[in-house]
Design a protein around this ligand. Structure first.
Ligand SMILES: Cc1ncc(COP(=O)(O)O)c(C=O)c1O
Length: 457
């Protein structure tokens, strides 16, 4: 038997592989162990408080401990704690949740496919897109187009749709048939003198050129997050989705909106698709669906995709796809209750109210010598850290400016999501105006301390 040392930190180092972490550094520095959560704050094992500016992984919309959801989970576990939805079986809470999601959907949707994570929802959608074109008699329509710096998950197909180079390095990914069009980050990728609308037109033209080069008869689906999260909380430039969707319609390409971060209020509407007027054929969602307290995701599909699935199920004899914990009674019960809480507290109005303070406080930081721009909407946004505000030149990575920001933030009791040279925010949706002020205050101290260190160097 493996003998483990007995402090939590030593046991962690000896036993856990940490995702998205530098494994060698982890062996040296060990973990931050969180032992308590209350509202928008979490506490480490020394009792130090941190304001969670990223809601964990963009998900803990109701904060880090919700008694009402705990009670629902407990009651469901004692009633029927597990049952699957394979082979015509079902359960009450899965049925009610699916009906509720269809009622809430931003565009007419026909059915809901449950999974346990955002990655699985996107994986499922890849397979369904392939099924769809098979059923349409166009099996050669197989190619999936994502975007550079897009993020759709870590399973092999979801990582293939994603356009983050580190997700592909050394892994043999992306799979064949996956392509990536331009990263629509206006601030960073604009040409001299180019307006936002012109930039969007260039992005749409790049997509069209790619579809033509690949052969429209080979392109199955296009994927996009309304606001790109793990790419750095990057908002779409003006006119972007209108132009992109025109291209998709022209070449008969399915559109999958990845609402894993944006769904359930993050952008100030229930869906990012409402904020940006998207008309997707499928929508993947997760995270705030259960306030991050249970692992559940849902893929909403429209009638034309569902009809195609029926055709394929006729041919094969059944739909040969599914997950043991999909439609789990406990995860669906917690998600249903989460949606009830959003309604009762009128979450959308709350986000719209707090958004004003969030945008004002963050925009005020653009004057800081370290900051080049801020862009945000609802309760998601990011500040870009630059060396030169005019040229948008970055600090050399060797200077470790972002690592210094991270360390100072933690010292000041603030957890940030750093993506490259961007400081991203997606606090729990329950954050109030005063707490946004406190978040900005801790950030300002962090930036000031970091600027002093940069100047000293
Ligand atoms: C937009 C988006 N899609 C998909 C995923 C993957 O979700 P999961 O980590 O639950 O598999 C994420 C995770 O952060 C995400 O941000």
């Amino acid at each position: 038997m493996t003998q483990l040392p007995n402090s939590l930190h030593a046991m962690d180092i000896a036993s856990i592989v940490h995702p998205q972490s530098n494994l060698r550094k982890h062996v040296e520095v060990g973990p931050m162990v969180f032992t308590k959560g209350k509202g928008i704050f979490v506490y480490d094992d020394d009792g130090k408080e941190y304001l969670e500016g990223a809601a964990g992984l963009w998900c803990a919309s109701l904060g880090f401990g919700v008694e009402r959801l705990a009670k629902v989970a407990y009651e469901q576990m004692t009633k029927v704690g597990y049952y699957h939805i394979y082979r015509h079986a079902s359960n009450e809470t899965a049925i009610e949740l699916a009906a509720k999601l269809l009622e809430m959907a931003p565009v007419p949707m026909s059915k809901v496919f449950f999974q346990c994570s955002g990655s699985e929802a996107n994986d499922t959608a890849v397979k369904l897109a392939w099924y769809y074109w098979h059923a349409m008699g166009k099996p050669e329509k197989k190619k999936i187009i994502g975007r550079k710096m897009g993020y759709h998950g870590s399973t092999c197909a979801a990582a293939s749709i994603s356009g983050k180079p580190d997700m592909h390095q050394e892994s043999g990914l992306p799979f064949d048939n996956f392509r990536h069009t331009e990263f629509p980050h206006y601030y960073r990728n604009q040409l001299p003198g180019e307006t936002e609308e012109q930039f969007s037109a260039r992005m749409a033209k790049a997509l069209e050129d790619m579809i033509i080069a690949e052969g429209p008869e080979t392109v199955a689906a296009f994927w996009a997050e309304p606001v790109m999260g793990a790419g750095g909380a990057v908002l779409p430039p003006k006119g972007y989705f209108e132009k992109i969707q025109a291209v998709l319609r022209k070449y008969d390409v399915l559109f999958v909106a990845d609402e894993v971060i944006c769904g359930f209020g993050r952008t100030g509407n229930m869906w990012g698709s409402q904020t940006y007027k998207l008309k997707p054929d499928m929508i993947s969602c997760a995270k705030a669906l259960s306030a991050g307290l249970q692992p559940i995701s849902a893929l909403l599909i429209n009638e034309r995709v569902f009809q195609a699935l029926m055709t394929e199920s006729d041919k094969v004899g059944h739909l040969a796809h599914g997950y043991t914990y999909a439609g789990h009674p406990v995860t669906t019960a917690v998600a249903l209750e989460t949606l009830k809480i959003y309604e009762e507290m009128d979450m959308i109005s709350h986000v719209k109210r707090v958004e004003k303070v969030f945008l004002a406080k963050m925009n005020a930081l653009v004057d800081h010598p370290l900051i080049g721009e801020f862009s945000g909407i609802g309760l998601i946004g990011a500040l870009e850290v630059v060396k030169d505000k005019k040229t948008r030149e970055l600090h050399p990575a060797s200077q470790g400016v972002m690592a210094t920001i991270d360390a100072n933030a933690k010292k000041n009791g603030l957890i940030l999501r750093l993506v490259g040279n961007r400081i991203a925010f997606s606090p729990p949706l329950i954050i109030d105006e005063a707490q946004v002020g406190e978040m900005a205050r801790r950030l300002k101290t962090t930036l000031d301390e970091t600027w002093s260190a940069v100047r000293a160097n």
